[in-house]
Design a protein. Structure first.
Length: 406
């Protein structure tokens, strides 16, 4: 732009010189001698120079005007982006504040490295409804029918028949232990139902688990429905641990090969396809919510932890899902933005997980982002995990299409 200004200044000087009525007296001329009159040819030349100079000035002015308009548009766009980011920041900050307050009394996830822990940390619990009334009203209204269903279907367990064993792990929703029921070794999860939203989530999880039967979904055996201390989920005990532990071993063993990782990815896809066929959204698909049936070769992947699962709303109904839920690193943009979302949100999460299996790296670990920074980038569609290299282009196309959703 400075070049335009200098050119305009030079042109202005030239115009003023060309339009002057006559040439000034020569410093060495004699007093009283009038300057000679300009010839007809010089007048025509001066007029042409003036017209050319004026046209040049107009062109420069037009270019400067176009530059100003372009910069104005860019400034307005930047201000709009800033306002949108400030709005998103306020929304995310409020959600995080509420979640931290609600989790002050909850047990934390077992120790992990900072990168793994942040990537796997749930953004929000996904519970619905306030906890002002406590869980009593929920159990009073919904528990009798569920007890009848469990009794008739054969999955209702009496607390006295469940034998608890060694501690296995602890998460935000409860404690998991080894156990036995009717002589069968299994995993027993004691669910925390101290609040209304937790009670709602527990009952919904029981209803969903009771209808699932698939080779790549964690087998559900029974449930104890004796609140508040004996809300138990009895499932298969997977000795292979979580997919997260399998991908990133801490015992010094070699990580699994790409072929084995992709075979597991295919199994997870089959499990998610089964959930989709039943109209169920998982809403928190990630490596720590997938288990392997046993160590070593031939292990089978099973999808677990349906505490945030929901039926997909009927498109014809007024019921919609808009709440932020899941884990930021794997969460779909529309979920982060609190927009209406569908089962496509699970497809996005699967795409991120599939890319992680193909690459062997935690999403965004190379960029050193915090989960909130990831949420900002994903929400405005500018950030996605770095694509796995050295894999089949067809697989890359599947990954990209999973998280594009345009």
């Amino acid at each position: 732009m400075s070049g335009f200004i200098e050119k305009m200044r030079a042109t202005s000087v030239k115009v003023r010189s060309s339009l002057s009525p006559g040439n000034p007296p020569s410093p060495g001329g004699s007093a009283g001698v009038s300057p000679s009159a300009p010839s007809e040819g010089s007048e025509a030349e001066t007029s042409e120079d003036a017209v050319a100079a004026l046209n040049t000035a107009r062109n420069v002015n037009a270019q400067l005007g176009e530059e100003v308009r372009t910069l104005t548009v860019r400034l307005e766009s930047a201000e709009a982006d800033k306002a949108a980011l400030e709005k998103l920041h306020a929304s995310l900050g409020e959600s995080l504040k509420k979640e931290r307050e609600s989790n002050l009394s909850n047990a934390q996830t077992p120790s992990a490295t900072a990168t793994d822990r942040e990537a796997d940390e749930p953004a929000v619990s996904g519970g619905e409804g306030g906890d002002d009334d406590g869980p009593d009203s929920v159990f009073r209204d919904e528990l009798p029918a569920l007890v009848r269903d469990g009794g008739s279907a054969g999955w209702l367990a009496d607390v006295s028949d469940v034998k608890l064993g060694d501690f296995l792990g602890q998460g935000s929703s409860g404690v998991t232990m080894m156990g036995k029921w009717k002589g069968q070794p299994l995993a027993v999860k004691r669910v925390n139902v101290s609040g209304k939203s937790r009670a709602v989530s527990f009952l919904r999880e029981v209803k969903i688990l009771a209808q699932l039967r698939h080779p790549h979904v964690l087998p559900f055996y029974a449930a104890c429905l004796k609140p508040p201390d004996h809300c138990l989920l009895l499932t298969d005990y997977c000795t292979g641990g979580t997919l997260k532990e399998w991908l990133y071993p801490r015992d010094g063993s070699n990580p699994p090969s790409t072929r084995r990782r992709l075979r597991i990815g295919f199994q997870i896809a089959r499990g998610m396809r089964y959930l989709e066929s039943l109209g169920i959204m998982h809403r928190d698909l990630k490596p720590s919510n997938v288990f392997l049936t046993h160590p070593g070769k031939g292990a089978r992947a099973v999808i677990a932890d349906f505490g945030l699962a929901r039926p997909v709303p009927d498109p014809k109904s007024e019921s919609v899902l808009t709440g932020e839920t899941g884990t930021y690193v794997y969460m779909a943009p529309e979920v982060i933005r609190h927009e209406k979302y569908t089962g496509a949100a699970d497809v996005y999460s699967f795409g991120v997980l599939l890319n992680e299996l193909a690459s062997g790296f935690v999403p965004y670990s190379n960029a050193h982002y915090t989960p909130v920074q990831v949420a900002f980038g994903v929400a405005d569609r500018s950030l996605r995990p770095e694509l796995a290299s050295g894999v089949d282009p067809g697989l890359v196309a599947v990954i990209v299409s999973s998280w594009s959703q345009d």
